[in-house]
Structure formats: C-alpha cells, structure tokens
Design a binder for this molecule. Structure first.
Ligand code: TR5
Length: 134
C-alpha cells in the first residue's frame, strides 16, 4: 500500500462531517502559520505548490473559507459558485504553467485516497499523463 493511500485511510477514520471539523494543515497555510509556495491568492481561494509533487508541475487550489467543504461530496447548493471559481482558477493557472495540457484531480473520501479534509483541486502537468490512474 502506498504511503499516500495509507494516509488517506487514517485521515478518513477521523474526518469530521462538516461543521466543527478539526483544523487541517491547509488552514495553517491559509493563516500563514505554515509556509507554502503560494502562486495565487484572491478573495475566495489560494493555490500553492504541493509539498510532495507527483509531476513536474503540481499545485493545489483550495477555498479560503472551508465552511463545511471538507470534501467535494459535502458540497451544498449555495457553494456551486465557489466550486466554479475554484475550477476556473485551476484551469487558468494550469494553462499558464502547462501550455501542453494538464490534469485536475479531486480525491474524495477513503476510496478516493483523500488525506487532507479541506477540499482541494490537484493541478498536475509538465509530463505526459497516463490513463487510467491508479
Ligand atoms: O491526498 P489528497 O488528495 O488529500 O491530497 C493532499 C495533498 O496535500 C497531497 O498531495 C500532499 O502532498 C499535499 N500536502 C500535504 C502537506 C502539504 C501539502 N502540500 C503543501 N504543503 C504541505 N504542508 C506544509 N504540509 C502537509 N502535510
């Protein structure tokens, strides 16, 4: 079992169900308590380099205000606009950094290999991607 899948299993075992969920490492990146290489910052989201990249370009786009959005499957109707914004920013940055193409991934829950329970879009590129993913 890969390290990332093991982390996902452990994280899923302790995840919250929306409000009142524990702070994650990403909250500390948003607050500036933990450093990250931030490549985009606007009213609603930030993007920063993944600390453990799986491709030459690999960054994450996350909402600043999680507001229960621990994972995609917790999204509420009133968060549709925010989801659109995150996707729009992800593709704008993806085009800029990976002109030959890129891949967006959202891992959801244990079987989706999610390890951090603060919604995030992975943007990966800079090499030929394979299909299907593992
Ligand atoms: O497995 P999921 O989809 O939940 O992805 C979580 C991602 O967060 C992984 O790709 C990790 O490499 C990434 N990650 C984890 C930490 C971290 C990070 N990216 C940037 N900076 C990070 N810090 C400071 N600390 C982490 N624990």
């Amino acid at each position: 079992m890969s390290d990332e899948v093991q982390k996902a299993k452990e994280a899923a075992a302790g995840d919250g169900d929306g409000d009142g969920e524990p702070l994650t490492i990403f909250d500390k990146i948003i607050s500036g308590d933990i450093p990250a290489t931030i490549i985009h910052d606007d009213e609603f989201c930030i993007a920063f380099r993944d600390v453990n990249p799986v491709s030459p370009i690999h960054f994450l786009v996350i909402p600043k205000n999680r507001n229960g959005l621990t994972q995609l499957s917790k999204a509420r109707e009133d968060q549709k606009e925010l989801l659109g914004h995150l996707t729009y920013v992800a593709q704008k940055l993806g085009q800029k950094e990976c002109p030959d193409g890129f891949r967006l991934v959202i891992n959801d829950g244990k079987d989706g290999a999610q390890s951090v329970y603060h919604l995030h879009i992975h943007v990966m590129g800079g090499r030929q991607m394979q299909w299907p993913p593992g």
